[in-house]
Design a protein around this ligand. Structure first.
Ligand code: FES
Ligand code: FES
Length: 212
């Protein structure tokens, strides 16, 4: 069947099998592999994307059902090389471990703050009930969403569905963690630095002498 879908602001037209799931269309046809497949039972939420301003588990929807829809995936959140404020918050608050659940978590959390810019912890947990983290990093995930809300970040900036990309800091100086052009953080540069430890320690410092 012929479908036309706008994904992250770009319109695609494809002939797809009627039984093709949206998540497989995104991953295999469009090569947008941020939406993950983590279960066969529509429970994990790793595949969450935004379809016409609704959070959707893209493994529960056929690609043909997205005909004419506006879809935003995790790849569509960053703009001009700058991460979405919710992505920044997950980074700053260590809201991920292996990262498998993270795209779905961030999509669900961003949608939450768009409808409720000041959620309680209970409301955050309720909103993320459909997203499972096998690393069980829930405490920091909630902290990350709370942090984004407190910063007024996603609530005021994350307008995914109004014909505009989310607003983002326009210069590296506006970011707490500037990145080089290739997206790599300028600082910190070591794993210890990422954890706020051993800041400034040369990576070549031998073990036991202040190294990692
Ligand atoms: S892959 Fe969609 S809910 Fe698990
Ligand atoms: S960070 Fe590993 S599954 Fe959530």
């Amino acid at each position: 069947m012929e479908i036309s879908v706008t994904v992250n602001g770009k319109t695609y037209r494809h002939n797809v099998p009627p039984r093709l799931l949206l998540v497989h269309y995104l991953r295999e046809q469009l090569n947008l592999t941020g939406a993950h497949v983590g279960c066969d039972t529509s429970q994990c939420g790793a595949c969450v994307v935004d379809v016409n301003a609704q959070s959707v588990k893209s493994c529960t929807m056929l690609a043909v059902q997205a005909d004419g829809a506006q879809v935003t995936t995790i790849e569509g959140l960053a703009t001009n090389g700058a991460y979405h404020p919710m992505q920044e918050s997950f980074w700053e608050m260590h809201g991920l471990q292996c990262g498998f659940c993270t795209p779905g978590m961030i999509m669900s959390a961003t949608a939450l703050l768009q409808r409720n810019s000041n959620p309680t912890d209970a409301e955050i947990r309720h909103a993320l009930e459909g997203n499972l983290c096998r690393c069980t990093g829930y405490e920091n995930i909630v902290k990350a969403v709370r942090h984004a809300a407190q910063q007024g970040r996603a609530g005021s900036n994350g307008s995914m569905h109004q014909g505009a990309k989310p607003e983002v800091p326009e210069s590296a100086e506006e970011l707490e963690h500037p990145r080089r052009d290739d997206g790599v953080p300028e600082k910190p540069e070591t794993v210890g630095d990422w954890e706020g430890e051993n800041a400034g320690v040369d990576e070549t410092t031998p073990m036991g002498q202040g190294g990692m």
